[in-house]
Design a protein around this ligand. Structure first.
Ligand SMILES: Cc1cc2nc3c(=O)[nH]c(=O)nc-3n(C[C@H](O)[C@H](O)[C@H](O)COP(=O)(O)OP(=O)(O)OC[C@H]3O[C@@H](n4cnc5c(N)ncnc54)[C@H](O)[C@@H]3O)c2cc1C
Ligand SMILES: Cc1cc2nc3c(=O)[nH]c(=O)nc-3n(C[C@H](O)[C@H](O)[C@H](O)COP(=O)(O)O)c2cc1C
Length: 636
């Protein structure tokens, strides 16, 4: 018989979900024995031992500037080492699907590179390389059409027969009676935060989430469709928790109470919501991530450990239809998910969550869905990252973040607004609620859409779970090195930290190099962040050294101006800085679209001012990147 091993490499959890979906399909449709594995849990040195009865599949996302996700780095090194040592993997037969975003320069670079190296190692690919593209929101459809094709190849090459499918849970979820209450996960994002656990470890690792206290939370500006928060957090006395200027803060949100209650009611689990359950993967330890939070309670599982508010896939709706409480509801779900456009209109555009969807179609009936279904289909709760907007030199024990909150469009029904908190995303809605509660100076507003007190009251009095994540986005060591900072919206967050630091160094008597800031935002009413602070720092550093340009893209009655236009207007001064000081750095922070446009204008400027051809100017950009003098901190 044929077995399959599906490896996933993921930074924010999507590749893992797609890997599991591929596994479900291979198991259910063809009866294959499938193992799904986190690439970092796998002993890569045994790759060459795979025999021809094994098919490998790789589901890999691309991060940073074409970089592998953290859990893929070991595998990445291994295959490159195999190549260098002249090894071959002729027995390996593999499928490969990449998750990426074509707005990035290095679109799906990781899947492409792994495929190229495996080809050089003489492994045999089945079907084409799949390329999921987030830019147009087509990853779901890209995956489905890729999977369809590779399954046809598998059928043809291995003579696989389709089987009548039936649902097989991937997890055993059992109610437990005798567990010490302090050993139960009630929302702690890490085992070390449990109050009593036999494996209690110290928080030795900087990357483990901790409890951080909010010491300031305010709205910087608010418009009809968005608002921007400034939140300051105390890192406390934990000496291990240090940050450097330019790092990120990881923050763990939780789901809104209304969505959690809705789901529990739909499943008829009101009486057992606080029951303690154990979660164990059926196939041993391959799904180790979720089992980390076992034992837990049903309420905690839906509140803290699964993304119940995220976008839903057509395939999840199709799978859910097997558990529909009536034939009519089943047909409705199948009809809804049958057609990509219909699904987009009826579900995605309305921003429906899984509880919303079940309530909307469910006619107030109880659904008998195994908990394993949710563990399989929903992403594990992911931390969100925010660029730290304070300087570690100026305030080493406190970090600030700058967060833009999108409000739902006015035409969306109240039913589908994430807990009606005026937010369109989970973490931003949570932080918005936290800010309101903080400003009113009450620990928990009775009407708060989120349970802000957290597990065991660990987050009472305005605290969050978070930790510092290292980044390469760093100031040059010498304060006299010239820097150019380009950012849009909250993309100016790390520059506030940079400027705070340069102002402090100036006050310490150091010489400050030319410091240019190009800021893009929508209009005067919405988006000009930290205006007074820039002006204050300009006084300290000197107006001739710290210069600011702004570009307004949606100012009523004005023509659109983007940051790259401002760069082009100052091409000579900018390029001279690179000529005069070989250490000069340019930083780009904000949306991936903006970063791509800025880089293309930078390359154009070089062609025009220095009279270079396209090849030479591209080589210049490449060289800036390699020498870490062009640094990007981008998201979409
Ligand atoms: C390295 C890095 C640095 C960052 N720095 C900053 C920063 O300094 N400031 C900042 O504001 N942001 C920053 N971000 C972005 C930030 O991490 C979050 O992605 C952002 O705040 C949105 O998070 P959220 O949980 O509110 O949205 P999510 O809930 O994760 O939603 C993400 C998107 O999916 C859509 N969506 C969610 N649920 C559904 C649904 N059911 N149906 C359809 N669509 C749905 C949302 O509308 C939204 O567009 C950074 C990101 C990275 C990777
Ligand atoms: C900070 C950041 C950098 C990214 N860099 C790239 C990139 O260089 N190339 C690419 O194709 N996609 C890039 N992406 C897009 C991700 O690969 C895409 O969102 C993917 O769906 C994430 O999958 P994951 O959740 O499994 O990590 C990037 C996304 C983020 C947030």
């Amino acid at each position: 018989g044929l077995d399959a091993v599906i490896f996933w490499g993921s930074q924010s959890g999507r590749a893992e979900i797609f890997a599991k979906r591929l596994s479900d399909s291979l198991e259910v449709r063809f009866g294959l024995k499938v193992l799904v594995a986190d690439l970092s849990d796998y002993d890569h040195s045994s790759l060459s031992e795979l025999d021809i009865h094994h098919v490998c599949a790789f589901v890999l996302s691309t991060y940073g500037d074409g970089d592998p996700p953290d859990n893929t780095e070991g595998f990445w090194r291994t295959i490159h080492q195999l190549l260098e040592s002249g090894s071959h993997l002729p027995n390996m037969r593999y499928l490969i699907f990449g998750l990426g975003n074509s707005k990035y320069r290095q679109f799906n670079h990781v899947a492409e590179t792994v495929d190229r190296v495996l080809q050089q190692l003489r492994a045999n690919r089945i079907g084409d390389v799949g390329r999921g593209d987030d830019a147009n929101g087509t990853t779901e459809d890209d995956f489905l059409s890729w999977r369809k094709k590779v399954e046809e190849h598998l059928k043809a090459e291995f003579g696989l027969q389709e089987q009548a499918g039936s649902y097989k849970p991937a997890y055993i979820v059992q109610e437990l009676n005798q567990v010490h209450p302090h050993a139960v996960f009630k929302g702690e994002p890490h085992r070390a935060l449990l109050r009593k656990d036999p494996h209690m470890r110290k928080l030795v690792d900087q990357n483990m989430p901790r409890v951080l206290t909010v010491i300031q939370a305010k709205i910087l500006w608010e418009s009809l469709d968005r608002l921007c928060l400034h939140i300051e957090l105390d890192l406390g006395t934990d000496r291990l928790l240090k940050y450097k200027t330019g790092d990120h803060l990881a923050f763990w949100p939780s789901n809104p109470v209304r969505e959690v209650n809705q789901l529990i009611t739909i499943l008829g689990l009101q009486d057992s919501r606080k029951s303690v359950i154990s979660i164990n993967p059926v196939n041993g330890s391959v799904h180790a991530r979720e089992s980390l939070f076992s034992p837990t309670t049903i309420e905690a599982l839906f509140t803290h450990y699964l993304e119940i508010c995220g976008p839903i896939s057509r395939e999840t709706v199709q799978a859910l239809s097997h558990f529909a409480p009536s034939e009519k509801i089943k047909m409705r779900l199948l009809h809804m998910s049958d057609d990509a456009d219909r699904f987009k209109q009826q579900v995605v555009k309305k921003h429906m969550t899984l509880p919303d969807l079940m309530k909307t179609v469910g006619e107030d009936l109880i659904w008998n869905v195994p908990l394993s279904f949710f563990l399989e289909k929903l992403k594990a709760m992911q931390p969100r990252y925010y660029s730290i907007s304070s300087s570690a030199v100026v305030q080493p024990q406190q970090v600030s973040i700058t967060v833009v909150v999108d409000k739902p469009p006015a035409d969306i029904s109240e039913d589908f607004k994430t807990a009606s908190v005026g937010g369109w995303g989970l973490a931003t809605s949570y932080l918005n609620a936290l800010q309101r509660s903080y400003t009113r100076n009450v620990s928990e507003e009775p009407s708060s859409p989120f349970e802000l007190n957290g597990a065991h009251g660990l987050l009472a009095e305005h605290k969050i779970f978070g930790c510092v994540k290292r980044s390469d986005f760093k100031l040059p060591v010498r304060a006299s090195t010239p820097i150019i900072m380009v950012g849009c919206g909250t993309g100016v967050a790390p520059y506030r930290a940079f400027i705070q630091e340069r102002a402090r160094r100036k006050q310490m008597g150091q010489q400050i190099g030319t410091t240019l800031l190009f800021m893009g935002y929508r209009s005067i009413a919405s988006g000009f962040l930290y205006k007074e602070e820039w002006l204050k720092y300009q006084q300290i550093i000197g107006k001739d050294v710290f210069k600011i340009w702004t570009a307004l893209s949606q100012e009523p009655g004005e023509s659109k101006v983007y940051v790259q236009n401002r760069l082009a207007e100052n091409a000579v001064e900018i390029l001279n800085l690179f000529e005069e000081d070989a250490a000069c750095r340019i930083y780009i922070c904000g949306s991936a679209d903006m970063a791509r446009d800025v880089i293309s204008v930078l390359s154009q400027m070089r062609r025009q001012v220095s009279n270079e051809d396209e090849k030479t100017s591209s080589a210049w950009i490449r060289q800036l990147r390699q020498s870490k003098r062009l640094l990007e901190d981008v998201w979409h």
